[in-house]
Ligand binder design. Structure first.
Ligand SMILES: [Zn+2]
Ligand SMILES: [Zn+2]
Length: 319
């Protein structure tokens, strides 16, 4: 089968072996794939991953290796972390933190940038009929955005600022706003800010932002060290700084203001799919304006190029 593989370089191959579902797994024909910044980071060496890329998809179950065939021929999305099922984290339903987990297209498990992918049945969720493929493919990043609300109780009177108007910053501002919070999204690209603004999020260009420690909750979604520094200088004493992007910092950094201002720093990564699918089904967030382009599979490498452009938000590829 064809697949997009990273093996020191990014390549489109035609001779990948079709995966075989293990016990209690499903074989899924991939319909639509989303490119994530994590995919891009992997092509720069993140996690040292080699194999088929991709963790954002929607597809149709073609084969099931289990007695339970209820998902056969159903349209599904899939949670990307595969836990061991035995440890205390897995038993609590937090396989996202299983120390022995595999992660789709990121760690020890071939991803969805292919004709077919396999996943445990437990990872799959059927997509409601009123959610299109173009919307469903956003389930994983939207779940990551909503994870903040699972970790942190934000009061409606609190001032929330999201820094960074990339894919994750945009989705986070939309998700938090849809949950009833007063959110300001700050970024450098007017065209991207406009997407959030059209859905009720207040927006500001970074240049117009007054750098003052007056925000109760600041979400760092720029992925850069300077973004982290700016976020810190916006967070009120005793406020919460949410780190949404993995920052590979090489520069020395002075942590003293975190101590002096008693800032709570909260790391935030993957979230649950169920609430994200519900947000999509209830039309609480319109993800379609985030789609920059949709490529055919044979143009996958062009899609990765397109994803690199600062003007791009979400780039999709047909399976
Ligand atoms: Zn992702
Ligand atoms: Zn486990």
């Amino acid at each position: 089968m064809r697949a997009v593989v990273f093996d020191n370089e990014l390549k489109l191959v035609n001779d990948c072996e079709k995966p075989v579902p293990k016990q209690n797994e499903a074989l899924i024909k991939v319909k639509l794939i989303g490119i994530c910044n994590t995919d891009y980071e992997i092509t720069k060496g993140y996690m040292g991953y080699k194999g088929i890329l991709g963790h954002e998809f929607v597809g149709v179950v073609e084969e099931i290796n289990s007695e339970d065939k209820s998902l056969l021929n159903k349209r599904v999305v899939g949670e990307i972390n595969l836990g061991c099922g035995e440890c205390e984290w897995c038993k609590k339903g937090l396989s996202r933190h299983c120390p022995n987990r595999q992660t789709l297209g990121i760690w020890n498990k071939d991803g969805c940038f292919a004709e077919y992918v396999t996943l445990p049945l437990n990872n799959l969720l059927e997509v409601p009929e009123n959610v299109s493929d173009e919307e469903a493919v956003f389930t994983e990043p939207l779940a990551a955005a909503l994870e903040i609300l699972e970790q942190l109780h934000i009061q409606p009177i609190q001032k929330v600022l999201v820094l960074g108007d990339g894919k994750l910053g945009l989705l986070t501002s939309l998700a938090l706003s849809a949950s009833g919070l007063d959110v300001v999204l700050v970024g450098k690209h007017q065209n991207k800010l406009d997407i959030a603004n059209a859905q009720g999020v207040k927006t500001l260009l970074l240049n117009d932002l007054e750098i003052k420690k007056e925000w109760d909750v600041v979400v760092e979604a720029t992925g850069s060290l300077s973004g982290f520094e700016t976020s810190l200088s916006l967070t009120k004493p005793r406020g919460v700084l949410v780190l949404k992007s993995t920052i590979a910092a090489s520069k020395e950094f002075n942590f003293s203001s975190i101590v002096v201002d008693e800032i709570t720093v909260l790391g935030s990564r993957c979230g649950q799919f169920k609430p994200a699918l519900k947000y999509l089904a209830d039309k609480k967030v319109d993800v379609k304006p985030l789609i920059t382009a949709v490529f055919d599979f044979e143009d996958s490498l062009k899609a990765f190029e397109c994803n690199k452009s600062k003007e791009s938000v979400k780039v999709l590829v047909r399976g």
